[in-house]
Design a protein around this ligand. Structure first.
Ligand code: MG
Ligand code: MG
Length: 266
């Protein structure tokens, strides 16, 4: 059952999302060759607690960490290890928070040092597909329009769209209805309405879209070992239009990217 949120509830979701946004900004400054993912995880937890919030993932479904850190061929749900990052890695950092009973949940894929141009392109197209999916989250559209927008853009560039993992509603639970696939048909699925709050999160691969779970019960890797990227925002529909509750601006500030240069025209 979809829970439609009041404006006051949307503000609570925004506050939780912004805790994650600031956490990702803090992490962005730390990402470089030699850094251990477990240290990033510890810093993120300390920061979230300092904001009067709690980690959103840790303890949920038995998740042992504050961040899910997914490197290279790991699509999502990578557990933080003590293996240092190396130049040329890409690393998706997915972070959750819970503040005043409401969840924030978003993710950014970072470059570690200099990255292959073909991999940079994967990141660019995945982020574009996120914003195109968000643009389709408007009154009159249906869930399939979001998935279609993401899938069309990713596949146009020859990339794979992961099927087994999807976006989701977000609220007082991390995962609420509806599921938000990153693939779909225009005009199909549930009608999108004001008060819906979604975590939209394309997971895009350089090869096959097929994935496998490792024996740790968490890590999701591409079957062919090719790189994957993941970007996620929390979005509410307000006045028939998508309003992004999370922001990458703290990440951009940390990385010295002008947010205006990174705006994707939707
Ligand atoms: Mg997430
Ligand atoms: Mg999510």
């Amino acid at each position: 059952m979809i829970k439609y949120k009041s404006p006051a509830e949307i503000e609570k979701l925004r506050a939780a999302a912004l805790v994650v946004s600031r956490t990702l900004g803090m992490i962005a400054k730390e990402i470089k060759p030699g850094v251990k993912p477990v240290d990033l995880d510890r810093k993120a937890e300390e920061y979230i607690l300092s904001q009067g919030a709690k980690p959103g993932f840790k303890g949920l479904y038995g998740c042992p960490s504050t961040l899910l850190i997914s490197k290279n061929e790991t699509v999502v749900h990578g557990l933080p290890t003590d293996i240092p990052l190396v130049e040329g890695d890409i690393v998706s950092v997915d972070c959750g928070s819970i503040l005043d009973g409401y969840y924030g949940d978003h993710a950014y894929t970072f470059e570690v040092g200099a990255v292959d141009p073909a991999v940079k392109k994967l990141l660019e197209v995945t982020k574009e597909s996120l914003y195109l999916g968000i643009a389709a989250f408007k009154a009159g559209n249906r869930l399939g329009d979001i998935g279609h927008a993401i899938q069309h853009h990713a596949e146009k560039h020859g990339y794979g769209v992961v099927r087994e993992l999807v976006g989701h509603g977000i609220g007082t639970k991390l995962h609420e209805d509806p599921q938000v696939p990153n693939f779909g048909k225009q005009g199909k699925g549930k009608l999108l309405k004001n008060g819906m709050t979604l975590a939209i999160e394309p997971m895009i691969t350089m090869g096959t879209f097929r994935v496998k779970q490792l024996s740790d019960g968490w890590t999701i890797n591409t079957v062919d070992g090719k790189m994957a990227a993941h970007f996620e925002h929390d979005v509410a529909m307000v006045d028939g239009k998508p309003e992004i509750l999370s922001t990458f601006d703290y990440v951009y500030e940390a990385l010295g990217i002008n947010p205006e240069d990174d705006k994707i025209s939707i």
